[in-house]
Ligand binder design. Sequence first.
Ligand SMILES: Nc1ncnc2c1ncn2[C@@H]1O[C@H](COP(=O)(O)OP(=O)(O)OP(=O)(O)O)[C@@H](O)[C@H]1O
Ligand SMILES: [Mg+2]
Length: 263
Amino acid sequence: MSTESPQETVMEPAADRRPVVIVDDVHVEYKVFATGKRPSAADRRSLKQLRVKGKQMRTVHALKGVSFTAYANDSIGVIGTNGSGKSTLMRAIAGLTPTSRGAIYSQSRPSLLGVGAALLKDLSGERNIILGGLAMGFTLPEIEARYDDIVKFAGLEKFIDLPMRAYSSGMTARLKFAIASMATHEILIVDEALAVGDRTFRQRSEARIRDIRDNAGTVFLVSHSMQSIRETCSRVIWLDQGTLMMDGETDEVIKAYHAAQDK
Ligand SMILES: Nc1ncnc2c1ncn2[C@@H]1O[C@H](COP(=O)(O)OP(=O)(O)OP(=O)(O)O)[C@@H](O)[C@H]1O
Ligand SMILES: [Mg+2]
C-alpha cells in the first residue's frame, strides 16, 4: 500500500492509541482463615492463639470493581496507601491472581518484575544471569552476548562470582532488574522493585523504563516514591481500599492523593 493512501493516514493516530490492557470491572477476593476472634492479652500469654480451634474463613475484598484501559506508550504509575490493592491489581494483570468478577484483556503476556522474582540464592550472580536468560527463552550465545551489559547495568562487577546469598537486598534487586530487562517487554509491571536500590541505580532503572515506554511498550510502576512516579509516568492510577479513586495526569493525581492523606 502506498504511504499516501488516505486509509493509512487515518489509521496512524488510532495505532498510537492502541489499547494494550483492558481492565473491566475487576473484583478480587481473597479467602483466608482467621482465628475468629481478637485475642485477649491473657490468651496471648497462654499461647492459646497457637491452637487451631475455631478458625473461620474470612473474605478480604481487595479489589472492588476496577476499570481502566492502558494504551501502547503509556507508563502508568500506581499509587495508594499500604493494603489499597496495588500489588493485587498488578498480579491480576499478570495473570497470577484470579479475578472473582470482571475480566482483564491484554494484548500480550505482561511480565511482572517484582521483588519476588525467582532467583537461586545459592548460585552466583553469573549462574543466575544464565538461568534467568534461559527461563526467558534466550539461547546460551544470546545470553553470552548480553552478559557484560547485564553485569554493568547491575553494577555488580566485583560481586558477580559470589553466591546471591552474599548480596544485600539492594544488590539482589539490581540483578533482578538487570536480568529481566534483557528481554524486550511489551507490557512490563514493576512493583516496588526500585525501592531498595540506591539513587544511581534508581535513575538507571527509570531510564530503562522510559526506553521501554518509548519503544511502544506499556509500563506499570507501583511505587511509594512520588519522585520515581513523576520521573517515569505520564499517567497515574490511585487506588484506595480496592477502589479506583482517580485516573489521570501525574501531577493532578499526586496532588489529590496528598490532599486526601493530609486530611
Ligand atoms: N495472599 C493474600 N491473601 C489474603 N489477603 C491478601 C493477600 N494479598 C493481599 N491481601 C489483602 O488484600 C489487600 C490488598 O493488598 P495488596 O498487597 O494488593 O496492597 P498494596 O496496595 O500492594 O499494599 P503495599 O503498599 O503495602 O504493597 C490487603 O487488605 C491485604 O491484606
Ligand atoms: Mg504491594
